[in-house]
Ligand binder design. Structure first.
Ligand code: UFG
Length: 325
């Protein structure tokens, strides 16, 4: 199978490229390199933007693409609150451009990177896929709009889709040669690890007055290599006219304080903390039920333990303190 990965030079994309190759398929990356890193890639690269429908059509047709995995997007919930237009343009409008390009070139299979942010502040955890969809930030809304488009395109044109709702993706390939490199970094684990790397003096905890046992937000951290495997399974499972939605998490929640404690254990560094105020758009608690992905896709995680996730992240960051630079 020839698979086009939009945003394939990014953190998650580069790990999925590896998984796609490992499964015997041919990955072709389509990325504007605004955030991605060509150095991470073991695949052909087309440097172009997902908002460019003509370039997408050429890429799909000339490479005889069988399936698309769509990562290219802005991903920061907090930023999206202050800059909603950028999120709807880059995530929702460009998503529509991609669907149209696929329709025009008769490419009928897509795996879509969705997010736990579509659930907003869930009434019950673990969250099942049929929980209410009430995003509390524009990032979540911008992704949910695309999920609605998938349903319409499946019905109208017989295209087949899987939307994967990621929880908190973390860690790095155990080989230690690819990993997370965002500028600026906003995610908790890489930021905490900057303290033992000597790149920051402390980590700021964004609020300790949430309704959780230690007052800090609870998230479900999933290893990026496990997440990558789910994409290969999803791409292989798509059938015409189908829309399936799967949560991808470990089913266990860790508070910000627990994550910091695990980073102390893994790195042997004391990691000082400062308590700050809440960050806009943060729900208190997000924990996945991934039972459906396990049942229907046969997905199994290899690295479910937080300590292993942090160990692999630390291996990458300590060997590449400046990322790919
Ligand atoms: N946090 C801090 N200090 C920091 C950074 C983060 O306390 O310096 C806290 C956040 O407030 C949050 C938790 O750590 O409570 C995790 O924050 P991240 O920024 O690492 O991740 P988010 O939960 O905000 O978002 C991530 C992805 C989204 C995705 C979401 C789904 O970035 O794309 O997970 O759970 F939608």
């Amino acid at each position: 199978m020839k698979v086009l990965l939009t945003g394939g030079a990014g953190y998650i994309g580069s790990h999925v490229v590896r998984a796609v190759r490992g499964a015997g398929h041919t990955p072709i990356v389509y990325d504007n390199l605004s955030k991605g890193h060509a150095e991470s890639l073991e695949a052909d690269l087309i440097v172009a933007d997902v908002s460019d429908g003509a370039a997408l059509r050429v890429a799909l047709e000339e490479n005889e693409i069988d399936a698309v995995i769509h990562f290219a997007a802005f991903i920061e919930a907090g930023e999206s609150v202050g800059e909603p237009g950028r999120y709807f343009r880059n995530n929702t409008v460009a998503g529509l451009t991609l669907l149209e390009a696929m329709r025009e070139t008769n490419v009928k299979r897509l795996v879509f990177s969705s997010t736990a942010a579509v659930y907003g502040q869930p009434p019950v955890v673990p969250i099942e896929e049929d929980s209410p969809l009430v995003p509390i930030n524009p990032y979540g809304s911008s992704k949910l709009c695309v999920e609605y488009m998938l349903r319409a395109y499946a019905q109208a044109y017989g295209m087949g889709f899987v939307a994967l709702r990621y929880f908190n993706v973390a860690g790095a390939d155990p080989a230690g040669d690819i990993g997370e490199d965002h500028t600026p970094e906003t995610h908790l684990i890489p930021l905490v690890l900057q303290v033992p790397l000597g790149k920051r003096e402390h980590i700021t905890i964004f609020g300790q007055d949430y309704d959780t046992p230690d007052g800090t937000c609870i998230r479900d951290y999933i290893h990026v290599s496990d997440l990558a495997d789910a994409h290969v399974l999803a791409a292989g499972a798509i059938e015409p006219g189908m829309v399936k939605v799967y949560n991808l998490g470990n089913g266990e929640g860790f508070s910000v304080k627990q994550v910091i404690e695990t980073c102390r254990t893994v790195t042997g560094h004391s990691i000082p903390v400062v308590i700050g105020s809440r960050r806009a758009g943060d729900p208190a608690r997000l924990v996945a039920s991934s039972a459906r992905a396990m049942r229907e896709l046969g997905w199994r995680t290899k690295f479910p333990r937080l300590e292993e996730i942090v160990t692999h992240a630390w291996r990458w960051h300590s060997n590449h303190p400046s990322g790919y630079a």
